[in-house]
Design a protein around this ligand. Structure first.
Ligand code: PMM
Length: 384
C-alpha cells in the first residue's frame, strides 16, 4: 500500500491524479472542482435554522460549527451544493438557497470580461493598470509628472512594459491631502486622458470621486470612495455607460485611520462592498460594468491589510471581478522594512499572492516587475 497527500489549494492535483488514471479531461476537471474544500459563514439565522443545519450536517457529512445566530458550514463543494437547491435542501433551510446558489455560481463561473465604455476588457489574463498620477502630492509618486506631456510619455513606457489599462488620477487620496475642486481636477486630467485616447494607448480609467470628472473621456471610473463621496456619481456613471471600480474605504482619507476597527476584516469588507455594489446596481449601473476593490491601506491597519490579502477569496466570492491596489503601500514596508521608493519588488510579490487568491486587476506603478510576477504565478496552473 502507498499513501500520498495531494495538494488541495487548487483542483489541479486531483485533476492530474484522475487524468493519470485514465479519466477524460472534462469529468476529471468537474470531479476535481467538486471536491475542492468549501467553507461558508452563515449569519443572522434563526434558532430553528441553526438546529436544521446541525441536523443536515450530521446526515450529509459536512462539518457545522455554530453559535448564537451563526453557523460555519464546511465540506466539499459538491457536498454543500444541495443546500442551494430547493428540491434537495430541508424545507427549514430554504432561506439559504438563493445566497448560497450565488456563491457557488460565482465560484464555478467567475466573470471572464468587464464591460467598459465602448467595449469589453477580457479578464482571461490578469489586467495590469498602470498608475499615471497627475497630482502634485500623491502618496507614492506625487509631483513627478508635472505636465500632460510628461504624463503621456510616462504612460507610453507603462504600455510598453505590458499594462492594458492606464489609471489617470488628478486628486491625491493621501491622508491630509488638500482637497481639489472639480474644475482643477478636470484641468489636470482632461489633457492627459485625451492625449492617451488619441494615441490609442489601450483603455483609460480616471481615478476620481466626482461626477463632474466622469465626462473627461475615460472608459472607466475608479472611485476610491465606493459611491460615498459624491451622491451624483452613480447616476452619471450609469448614463455614461463606463466601467466602474468601487473601492472599499470608511470615512474620508482624513478620518479613515480612526475607522480601522473590524472584528474579522474580510467578511466585514465583503459585506460593505456588497452593499455598495447593490447601491450601484439600483442606480442603473449594469452588474457587468462593476469591479470591486478591497481598498488596501484605506481604513485598515497593516495587520488588517495582510489578513485581507490572505483572505482575498472572500471578496472574490462576491462574484464581481476584483481589482487590488497594493503598489508601494505602507503595509508592504511593515513586512520588508523598505521605504516607499523601494517597494516595487514587494508589490510584485503581493500581486502574485492576490492573483492566486482570485484578483484579476492590479493597479501598480512598476508594470514590468508586476508583469513578471503575474506571469510566474499564472504559469503554475497554466504553463507557458
Ligand atoms: N490606491 C490609491 C489610489 N487609487 N484606486 C484603487 N482602485 N485601489 C487602490 O488601492 C488605490 C486607488 C493610492 O495610491 P497612490 O497614491 O500611490 O496612487
Amino acid at each position: 500500500m502507498k499513501i500520498t497527500a495531494l495538494a488541495a489549494h487548487t483542483p489541479e492535483a486531483v485533476r492530474a491524479a484522475l487524468a493519470a488514471r485514465g479519466w477524460e479531461a472534462q469529468p476529471a476537471w468537474f470531479a476535481a472542482v467538486g471536491i475542492q474544500p468549501f467553507v461558508v459563514l452563515i449569519e443572522a439565522i434563526s434558532e430553528a435554522e441553526r438546529e436544521a443545519l446541525v441536523h443536515w450536517g450530521t446526515k450529509s457529512g459536512a462539518d457545522v460549527l455554530t453559535g448564537d445566530g451563526w453557523a460555519l458550514v464546511a465540506g466539499t463543494a459538491s457536498r454543500v451544493a444541495p443546500l442551494a437547491r430547493y428540491d434537495r435542501a430541508p424545507a427549514e433551510l430554504a432561506r439559504l438557497a438563493p445566497a448560497l446558489g450565488r456563491v457557488l455560481a460565482a465560484r464555478a463561473e467567475p466573470p471572464r470580461s468587464w464591460a467598459i465604455r465602448g467595449g469589453e476588457l477580457s479578464l482571461e489574463k490578469p489586467v495590469i493598470m498602470g498608475v499615471v498620477n497627475v497630482t502634485p502630492d500623491s502618496f507614492s509618486d506625487g509631483g513627478r509628472l508635472p505636465s500632460a506631456d510628461a504624463a503621456i510619455e510616462h504612460a507610453s513606457r507603462l504600455i510598453a512594459d505590458g499594462c492594458r489599462l492606464l489609471d489617470v488620477g488628478g486628486e491625491s487620496t493621501r491622508p491630509g491631502a488638500t482637497p481639489v475642486p472639480a474644475d482643477e481636477e478636470i484641468a489636470r486630467v482632461v489633457p492627459v486622458i485625451s492625449g492617451l485616447v488619441k494615441r490609442g494607448f489601450g483603455a483609460v480609467s480616471v481615478d476620481t470621486r466626482k461626477a463632474a470628472v466622469v465626462d473627461a473621456g475615460a472608459a472607466i471610473v475608479n472611485d476610491v470612495s465606493g459611491l460615498h463621496f459624491d451622491p451624483a456619481l452613480a447616476a452619471v456613471v450609469a448614463r455614461a455607460e463606463v466601467g466602474l471600480i468601487l473601492m472599499h474605504m470608511r470615512g474620508t482619507p482624513d478620518t479613515m485611520d480612526d475607522l480601522a476597527k473590524y472584528a474579522h476584516v474580510a467578511p466585514e469588507v465583503a459585506a460593505e462592498l456588497a452593499t455598495t455594489a447593490d447601491k450601484a446596481e439600483r442606480a442603473g449601473i449594469a452588474r457587468e460594468r462593476i469591479v470591486l476593490d478591497p481598498g488596501f491601506g484605506f481604513a485598515k491597519t497593516a495587520a488588517q491589510n495582510f489578513r485581507l490579502l490572505d483572505e482575498l477569496a472572500t471578496i472574490v466570492a462576491l462574484g464581481y471581478p476584483v481589482a487590488v491596489g497594493l503598489s508601494r503601500k505602507r503595509f508592504l514596508g511593515a513586512a520588508t522594512g523598505r521605504p516607499v521608493e523601494e517597494r516595487d519588488r514587494a508589490t510584485a510579490v503581493a500581486c502574485a499572492l492576490a492573483a492566486e487568491r482570485g484578483a484579476r486587476l492590479f493597479r501598480v506603478h512598476d508594470v514590468a516587475l508586476t508583469r513578471e510576477a503575474l506571469a510566474l504565478a499564472g504559469a503554475t496552473t497554466n504553463p507557458p
